[in-house]
Write a protein that binds this ligand. Structure first.
Ligand code: MN
Length: 712
C-alpha cells in the first residue's frame, strides 16, 4: 500500500502549493472510517480509495480532487456524513464526494444496453463538476483492476458491461486515452474471457517473434530521418487485445490480417518536419494506395492532427506510420475525442466537441487552477434531465419536465390515465419538476382523463399534443350537447317540435360536414344559434327574445354541478376565468360561451362584455358555488402607492402576512418624488377577503392609495 508521505510527495511534485495538512488529515480520516472493512480481495478497504487517489495523481489533479478521492466512499459506506466532510474539508471537497456518491447509484440494468448513451449523458449531467467524473473513472479503473476478486459471476458481468457501455466512452470523450484502454481491456477480459485469452496469447507470441523486426524497422526509419537531418523519435505502437478483436468483428477479417501490418509513430519538432518526414518516406518506400491522410491541414472535427500513411517499408513489410509533433501527440493522447470520431461512427454533436476542445485547451494552457475549474463546470446536457421508470428504464426529458411529461413519454395511455406520482418512493404533486436520477412511478386509474390544467405544467410537445387532442374531443362532445340543449330548450318553450334532421338542409350553407359538427359549432358559439333557429322555424321570429330569456332561466335552475366553482353552466363544459377582469367569488359575474374555450366568467362590470351585446345566445346566468369554493383561492392584482421609506415595504408585507394571503409576485413599476408604485399579485378566497385586506392596507400610514386592477 502506498504510504501517506508517498502520496503527499507525489502531489507536491507537481503542485508545490498543495494543501499538505489537509491531504494528511484526509488520509487519516479515510483510513479510520474504513478501518474495519475489507475488500473482497481481503485487503483493507482503505487500499481502494488510496489507489484511486494514486491514479489521479498521474493526471496531476489538484489537492481537492485527491482529498475527495481518498474520501470518496466514506459518505456511502461509513458513518461519515456530507456535513462531517464539509466541516473537516470544506464545501468544495464535500461536493465532490457527494457527486461521486450520487454517481454510484447509477447502475445499468440488464435490459438497458440500448440506452447506454443516455446513461453516459446521465453520468455527465450528474457530475456537474468534471472532477467528479475523473474521480469516478479512477474509482472504476481500480475496481476493474481488482474485478477478478469479485466472487459473483453475474456481478462481474454487470460491472464489466457497465464499464464498456458507460465509462469507456466517457473516458474516451474526455481524453483519458490510457485509462480508457485499460478499462476496455479489463472489461473485454471479463465479458469474453476466451477471445481475450486467445488474442493476447497470439499477440505476445507475435511480439516475441516480431520484436526483432520491429527494432529493425525502427532503426531503418531513424536512419532515414538522420540522413535528411530531421530530428525525431520513432516508436513501435503496441496493439491491444480489445482493438484487435473489434477490428476482427467489424471488418470480419482473421487475426493474422489485422496483425499483419506493423504500426509506428514518428514524433518530430515542427509541422514542416512532419511534411518533410512524409516526403522522405514516400520517396523511399512504395505507398499503399488509399492510406495517406493529412489531418494536419484538415484536422478532424475534434481537433486531432497527424499525418497518416501506409507503405511497403523496410524488410518489405507493410507498415503504417503516424507523423506528428509533440504537441499534436499530447492532444491525441490526453485529448479527447481524437479516436472518438472515427471509432464511434457518426455521433456528431458539435456542441459537445467544442466543449471538449475548450476543456482540453484549458487543461493545457490554464495556469490558474481557479480559472480552470470555473470553465470545467459541465456545460453539456444542462438542458436535459434523466429519470428512471421503476423497472430501471431511462427516460430523457427536457429540463423543467413534470411527472405528466414522464407519463406521456412512457406511453400516451399512461399519460391519459395518470392520477398521481411517486418520486423516489414518495407521493408528490403532479406539478413537481423532475430532477436528474429521479425514479418516477406513475399512478394511473382506469377512468381518469387528462385535465386541461395539465397543459400549463407540461413542457414536452408529446404531452401537450396528447392533452390538447383529448381536450378537443372532450370539448367537442360537450359543445354538441350544448348545441342540442339550446334547440331542445328553446323548442320546448315555444311548444314546437324539433329534431336534429331539421338541420340537415342547412349543412352546406354553413359549411358543416355533419349534424354533430353543426351542433358543436352552434354550441361553441361559432354559428349564431338564434339565426339557425329562425331558419328552421321562421314563425318563431317574433317573441324570440322572450323565449331566450326563459332559456336563460332554465339554465339558472340547473342543479349545481358539485365540482365546479360556478353554477349555472351546462354540465361538463370547460370553465375559464376571464383575464380581462379576473373575477373572484363575491364579484357579480356572468358567463359567456366563448369560441374554442367553453364558458368564460367575467365580472358584470367588465367592459369586454360589450362585445357580446349583439349575441344574447352566448350569455349564461351564473353564480358562485360557495360549497366548492371554501378552500380555493383566485389570483388578484392590486396596485399600491407606497411612501419611499426604508421600512415601508416590510410594513406592507407584514400587513399582508397577517391576513395569511400568499403573494405570488411583487413588482415596482414606478418610482418618483418619494413614492413608489407597486403591483402585487396575491391569492384571495373572495371579494370580502380582498376588501378586508384593502381596508387594512389603506389604514397604513406609509400607503397612500390601494386599488384592485382587474385587467392583467
Ligand atoms: Mn470506490
Amino acid at each position: 500500500m502506498m504510504r501517506q508521505y508517498e502520496l503527499v510527495e507525489r502531489v507536491k511534485s507537481y503542485d508545490p502549493n498543495a494543501d499538505e495538512e489537509a491531504l494528511n488529515r484526509a488520509y487519516v480520516f479515510a483510513m479510520k472510517m474504513h478501518t474495519a472493512q475489507l475488500r473482497e480481495s481481503g485487503d483493507p478497504y482503505f487500499s481502494h480509495p488510496l489507489e484511486v487517489a494514486g491514479i489521479l495523481t498521474q493526471y496531476r489533479l489538484d489537492s481537492a480532487t485527491i482529498i475527495a478521492a481518498l474520501l470518496h466512499d466514506t459518505v456511502e459506506d461509513t458513518p461519515a456524513s456530507y456535513a462531517d466532510v464539509k466541516e473537516l474539508f470544506g464545501e468544495d471537497v464535500a461536493n465532490l464526494v457527494e457527486g461521486v456518491t450520487k454517481l454510484s447509484k447509477v447502475q445499468i440494468h440488464s435490459e438497458a444496453s440500448k440506452q447506454a448513451e443516455n446513461f453516459q449523458k446521465l453520468v455527465l449531467a450528474t457530475s456537474a463538476d468534471i472532477r467528479v467524473l475523473l474521480i469516478k473513472l479512477a474509482d472504476r479503473l481500480h475496481n476493474m483492476r481488482t474485478l477478478h476478486f469479485c466472487k459473483k459471476p453475474e456481478k462481474r458481468q454487470r460491472i464489466a458491461k457497465e464499464t464498456m457501455e458507460i465509462y469507456v466512452p466517457l473516458a474516451e470523450r474526455i481524453g483519458m486515452q490510457n485509462l480508457k484502454d485499460e478499462l476496455e481491456d479489463y472489461a473485454f477480459k471479463t465479458l469474453h474471457p476466451e477471445a481475450y485469452e486467445s488474442i493476447s496469447t497470439r499477440l505476445s507470441f507475435l511480439s516475441e517473434q516480431g520484436r526483432e523486426d520491429v527494432e529493425k524497422v525502427i532503426l531503418e526509419l531513424k536512419k532515414d530521418l538522420e540522413e535528411n537531418h530531421i530530428e525525431g523519435e520513432v516508436t513501435g505502437r503496441e496493439k491491444r487485445p480489445y482493438s484487435i478483436w473489434r477490428k476482427m468483428q467489424k471488418q470480419n477479417i482473421p487475426f493474422e490480417q489485422v496483425c499483419d501490418i506493423m504500426a509506428f509513430r514518428i514524433i518530430v519538432k515542427t509541422v514542416a518536419d512532419c511534411y518533410q518526414t512524409l516526403g522522405v518516406i514516400h520517396t523511399k518506400y512504395p505507398m499503399i494506395p488509399g492510406r495517406y491522410k493529412d489531418y494536419i491541414s484538415t484536422p478532424k472535427p475534434n481537433g486531432y492532427r497527424s499525418l497518416h500513411t501506409g507503405v511497403i517499408g523496410p524488410l518489405n513489410r507493410r507498415i503504417e506510420v503516424q507523423i506528428r509533433t509533440q504537441e499534436m501527440h499530447e492532444v491525441a493522447e490526453l485529448g479527447v475525442a481524437a479516436h472518438w470520431e472515427y471509432k464511434q461512427g457518426a455521433h456528431k454533436e458539435g456542441k459537445q466537441y467544442r466543449w471538449l476542445r475548450d476543456l482540453l485547451d484549458l487543461m493545457h494552457h490554464c495556469s490558474d487552477p481557479n480559472d480552470f475549474l470555473e470553465h470545467t463546470k459541465m456545460a453539456m446536457y444542462q438542458d436535459q434531465v434523466f429519470c428512471f421508470s421503476p423497472k430501471g428504464d431511462l427516460i430523457t426529458l427536457p429540463k423543467g419536465a413534470t411527472p405528466i411529461d414522464f407519463a406521456y413519454a412512457v406511453h400516451s395511455r399512461v399519460g391519459d390515465t395518470c392520477v398521481g406520482v411517486k418520486i423516489n418512493g414518495k407521493i408528490k404533486p403532479l406539478r413537481t419538476v423532475l430532477q436528474n436520477g429521479d425514479q418516477v412511478e406513475i399512478l394511473t386509474a382506469k377512468n381518469q382523463t387528462p385535465s386541461a390544467e395539465w397543459e400549463r405544467i407540461v413542457v414536452t410537445a408529446k404531452a401537450k399534443a396528447n392533452i390538447r387532442r383529448f381536450i378537443r374531443t372532450q370539448q367537442r362532445e360537450r359543445f354538441i350537447q350544448l348545441g342540442r340543449d339550446m334547440f331542445n330548450n328553446t323548442a320546448k318553450e315555444y311548444g314546437i317540435s324539433w329534431s336534429e334532421k331539421d338541420l340537415q338542409p342547412f349543412l352546406s350553407q354553413y359549411k358543416q360536414e355533419t349534424v354533430d359538427d353543426f351542433l358543436a359549432s352552434i354550441g361553441e358559439g361559432l354559428i349564431p344559434f338564434t339565426e339557425v333557429f329562425r331558419l328552421i322555424h321562421p314563425e318563431s321570429k317574433t317573441g324570440f327574445q322572450k323565449a331566450f330569456s326563459l332559456f336563460k332561466r332554465t339554465k339558472k335552475e340547473n342543479v349545481p354541478d358539485k365540482k365546479m366553482p360556478v353554477t349555472g353552466l351546462i354540465s361538463g363544459i370547460a370553465l375559464n376565468f376571464a383575464k380581462c377582469c379576473h373575477p373572484v367569488p363575491g364579484d357579480k359575474i356572468v358567463g359567456i360561451v366563448t369560441t374554442g374555450k367553453g364558458v368564460t366568467i367575467h365580472t358584470q362590470d367588465c367592459p369586454v362584455l360589450q362585445r357580446f351585446s349583439e349575441e344574447p345566445e352566448r350569455w349564461l346566468t351564473v353564480s358562485w358555488n360557495n360549497e366548492v369554493l371554501q378552500d380555493k383561492t383566485l389570483p388578484v392584482r392590486i396596485k399600491i402607492v407606497l411612501e419611499d421609506h426604508p421600512t415601508a415595504l416590510t410594513e406592507l408585507l407584514s400587513v399582508i402576512a397577517k391576513y395569511n394571503i400568499p403573494v405570488s409576485n411583487l413588482n415596482t413599476v414606478n418610482r418618483s418624488n418619494g413614492w413608489s408604485e407597486i403591483l402585487l399579485d396575491i391569492e384571495v378566497k373572495d371579494s370580502d377577503h380582498l376588501d378586508v385586506l384593502l381596508q387594512a392596507l389603506r389604514a397604513n400610514k406609509r400607503i397612500s392609495s390601494v386599488y384592485r386592477i382587474k385587467s392583467f
